[in-house]
Design a protein around this ligand. Structure first.
Ligand code: ZN
Length: 363
């Protein structure tokens, strides 16, 4: 795998994904979210389905839930498709479903959120949950996180964020800021007021994508949290002993965190993993977010804040607007060749192990 797998924009990423999937003989689906790219193209979630020798075991790999994080997820998915085209002997025996760009609007417009400012990984509430409320600390931080004006050039954002970390402590701050809120539609980590278009597309198709699989391993690819170019798996379901053993055996005991052992991540409302688990039917379903680290939390939050300010309050023709977009892409997909190579290699190995783990006799 090499860095040429990274595309410069959503449209070329989409074209390359579709072309490779067709060459590999996958079934291909496109689900429009009803929005347009900056160049006027229809924005779609694309799905490549490759039947294996057996459809009882299945690997599901989803990318781009957080728009701009799709640059990496797309590159990794493309790399796998191309590898399987070039090396038939490495093609997995299990059924594989790759979902490309769950948030095509955010990918195309360089946002982490969708067309209605919704953080899609806070939008997958279960039928019993309401799109209401926010963490107790969020309203106190609203002014700091979501100023009602464009970014000021010399505002000491890092100092202000650091002061908030000192005041509240990092775990409490992560919880207050990022666990999901449903009351500030222009704010960060807004989960929406109803099921998003992406949510409805999954609702309509998820069961069919899983098909006859009895065992499903689902990896949802993300970037921007954790150590530079390293990854961690975050699970959000109660694990059986056999599942813990399986994760430790195939990925290493320190590569995953569960709700009980969380150090880097934090509980979120409305995430895809919990929704997927609720929609698993009678299947054995194990899902993890694979988070690939980039920069410090401070830099990532500052970039999210500035881009959100620009989106709502700044003229797109102003230089500061483009600066904020560029920084947002940088914190979720660094330009560094070293970072890009490392995350591709590590992501590739992760998927290889998942496929090995799905082969008969291993779970
Ligand atoms: Zn993410």
């Amino acid at each position: 795998m090499d860095t040429s797998l990274f595309s410069s924009d959503y449209l070329s990423a989409r074209d390359r994904f579709r072309a490779a999937a067709l060459r590999l003989g996958c079934e291909l689906e496109a689900h429009s979210v009803g929005e347009r790219s900056p160049d006027g193209d229809d924005l779609c979630i694309d799905v490549a389905i490759r039947a294996g020798n057996s459809d009882q075991r299945m690997l599901l790999v989803t990318s781009g839930m957080h728009g701009v994080e799709g640059f990496f997820g797309s590159a990794l998915q493309l790399g796998l498709l191309e590898e399987w085209i070039a090396h038939p002997e490495r093609r997995p025996a299990s059924r594989c479903v790759f979902v490309h760009a769950l948030n095509p609007y955010g990918f195309a417009w360089r946002r982490r959120v969708n067309e209605t400012n919704v953080d899609l990984n806070r939008n997958f509430l279960l039928a019993s949950e309401a799109y209401r409320g926010s963490p107790p600390g969020y309203s106190r931080l609203d002014d700091l996180l979501n100023p009602r004006h464009g970014p000021a050039r010399w505002e000491p954002v890092a100092v202000k964020l650091l002061a908030a970390i000192v005041r509240h402590g990092m775990p409490a701050l992560k919880q207050a800021v990022a666990s999901g809120q449903y009351e500030y539609p222009r704010g960060l980590f807004y989960g929406g007021g109803e099921a998003s278009r992406t949510n409805r597309i999954l609702e309509a198709n998820f069961e069919r994508w899983l098909g006859n699989a009895e065992k499903v391993f689902h990896l949802d690819l993300h970037t921007g949290l954790g150590r530079w170019a390293n990854f961690k798996l975050f699970v959000d379901q109660a694990l059986s002993d056999a599942q813990q053993h399986w994760l430790a055996r195939h990925f290493g005991p320190d590569t995953y965190e569960t709700p009980e052992t969380q150090k880097v991540a934090f509980p979120t409302r409305g995430n895809l993993l919990r929704w997927g688990y609720a929609h698993r039917g009678g299947r054995e379903y194990l899902a993890a977010v694979a988070e690939f680290g980039t920069y410090s939390v401070l830099r990532v939050v500052a970039a999210l804040r500035a881009e959100n300010q620009c989106h709502h309050w700044q003229n797109p023709a102003d230089a500061v607007y483009e600066d904020a977009k560029r920084e947002l892409v940088e914190v979720f997909c660094p330009r560094s060749d070293a970072w890009r190579l490392r995350v591709l290699e590590r992501g590739h190995r992760l998927i290889e192990r998942a496929i090995a783990g799905l082969s008969p006799g291993t779970i």
